[in-house]
Write a protein that binds this ligand. Sequence first.
Ligand SMILES: Cc1cc2nc3c(=O)[nH]c(=O)nc-3n(C[C@H](O)[C@H](O)[C@H](O)COP(=O)(O)OP(=O)(O)OC[C@H]3O[C@@H](n4cnc5c(N)ncnc54)[C@H](O)[C@@H]3O)c2cc1C
Length: 342
Amino acid sequence: MRNFLVVGAGLAGISVAERILQKGLTVRVVSNSKWPSSTRVATGMFNPIVFRRLNKTWMIDDVLPEMHSFYGQLENRLNTKLISNHAIFKHIGSEDYASFWNEKSHKSAFESFLDPIESNYGKVNQAGMVDCPALITTYIEFLRSESCLDDSTFNFDELSQEGSGVVYKGLKYDHVIFCDGPYISKNPYFSWLPFKIAKGDWIVVETDEALPDRIVNNVINIIPLGAHRYKLSSTFEWETESWKPNPEQIHTLLRAFLEIYPVAYKIIDHQSGLRPAASDRRPYLGRHPRLGYMSVFNGLGSKGVILAPYFSKHLIDHLVDATPLIKEVDIKRNIKRFQAAH
Ligand SMILES: Cc1cc2nc3c(=O)[nH]c(=O)nc-3n(C[C@H](O)[C@H](O)[C@H](O)COP(=O)(O)OP(=O)(O)OC[C@H]3O[C@@H](n4cnc5c(N)ncnc54)[C@H](O)[C@@H]3O)c2cc1C
């Protein structure tokens, strides 16, 4: 398998394309840059800790090193700053949570991630941010410069099987990988996979006075942007597939912000997007159950930044070198749904 067609140029599509190129193989990416995308509005945070239960983020010891190496390599090639480390200061809201935090921070498995509480804040180390808009913009430009980009809507009617591969717009490929993010519900081959799309809104406020220059989490993240500007990110809203900013979410964001910083502010930006979250919150990887010439990479949910580098490699190694997929991410876990739908 040498020649790939990839549909979608968000975090999933570009990481898969990059893994294909790293193996010395060829790729063409079809993606409509005029459509809204999850990656374009992603805040880009990575956090090794899940705050609710103070667990480590799933597979953190594997995904974190792969993430640093992946974006580090891309920074060099794209000549763009993409990744930066920032501690997150979690506001501690109750005495129960404080003792839970302090207990965890003394466990050897958590020592490198959690510092004990000081002045009502617990510090999370090894967290940070990837500049997703810069990543997407520069990577798409790179694909364009290599003549590997088709910036248009993928037309499913123009895809046909030929031998063990496919033909699309008159060109032959050995394999097609769908990385269509929240648009998967319109994909005739993979729409049977169960999703729980989670809409997110964020706003930027400008304050009269300077606030502490550190990322604070009070359910939402309060991220200093410079020049007295702070990003409040982000909300979770289910049962909607609208990409449009929801004015009702502003109240939720401001309430969490004002609880920490009761200051005068004005709102200067408001954006939103859809997170492609799988029902069981694990990514979707693997070949179509019947059409062996096509695969899917999706379900990155709210953790695309940290999951995409590791699992794009996992999928391409599987397709090219026949290494097994781990069961938790293999789409075969939903085979009964596929059988029921077909
Ligand atoms: C408000 C918000 C904040 C977030 N913050 C974070 C964060 O801090 N950290 C984090 O890790 N994650 C965050 N996320 C989640 C992150 O954005 C996603 O995990 C990730 O971007 C998903 O990438 P994707 O490639 O699957 O989807 P997308 O980025 O949506 O990419 C899909 C692409 O496919 C293209 N496409 C689909 N179908 C077609 C077609 N038929 N023809 C042509 N093109 C097509 C679309 O144009 C799009 O460009 C956030 C998400 C939101 C909404």
